[in-house]
Ligand binder design. Sequence first.
Ligand code: HSE
Length: 311
Amino acid sequence: MNYIKAFAPASVANVACGFDIFGFAIQEPGDIVEICRRDEPGIVITDITGDDGRLPRSADKNAVTVVMLHLLKHLGINDFGCEVVLHKNMPLGSGMGSSAASAVAGVIAMNELLGNPLSRKELLPFAMEGERIASGSAHADNVGPSLLGGFVVIRSYNPLDIFTIPVPDDLYCTLVHPDIEINTKDARYILRNEVSLKNTIAQMGNVAGLVAGLMKSDYDLISRSMVDVIIEPVRSILIPEFKEVKEAALKNGALGCSISGAGPSMFALSKGLENAKQAGDAMQKRFAEAGIEASTHVSAINMQGAAVLND
Ligand code: HSE
């Protein structure tokens, strides 16, 4: 095969209490990467759509091709040549796992073109290199779910220990993206390095509660556990109307609501599609009342993750 087209979905990282350790993918939107062999060696980005010309076009600077270069180096392949087209289908700096989706679609496409030498899980460290180039930190809570699907838990980064847990069938995500941009690097920079023992205890309780709640389909426990006492109080100041939008979600059927990844997108989890839609309408309306345009995606948890789209 000389041509591969791959899709990788947007994702919600942190999921309230699990900074850098929880994430799940949604169905849509997602980035698409097309990759085509060429005779001369070297990776060339021939086109990027949907980014208003903002992403780097050089292969050693763009997350989508950096992951391919790392993969080729690891496999000891020096003379490989291909052309790459990236279709960005989500805004940059949105908190929707935008750079992760590009990196995952890139690594999946390259692995497929090479005849699948590595498993999905083995591709993860390469996808994480895409995050490093995009945000300065090789976290896995967006690339993990976008690549593997499901609700992902990263127990450890060194060594990397990542697994998925079951979620209730009737769990839906509402993702609302206000039309502002937050750079992940900046949103990480403002975080404090020290955490009090009191907050650590509260956060550990919520992390344990959310995992148990999801695995036991205990919606009340999920709801009680979607509390972040460490990151949200700091980052929420970057999101206009955060408190009001969160309140609107909770009053309109959501189990919980917090910042999606580094923001500014906000997400809610709800029992059932109707509650998820209702929460989304209320959240978007609240942003609109403050003069902020927002777009909403309602989706079940994506259990498949990235996919090769060739017929
Ligand atoms: N866990 C990361 C963060 C996700 O919150 O900074 C954003 O890419």
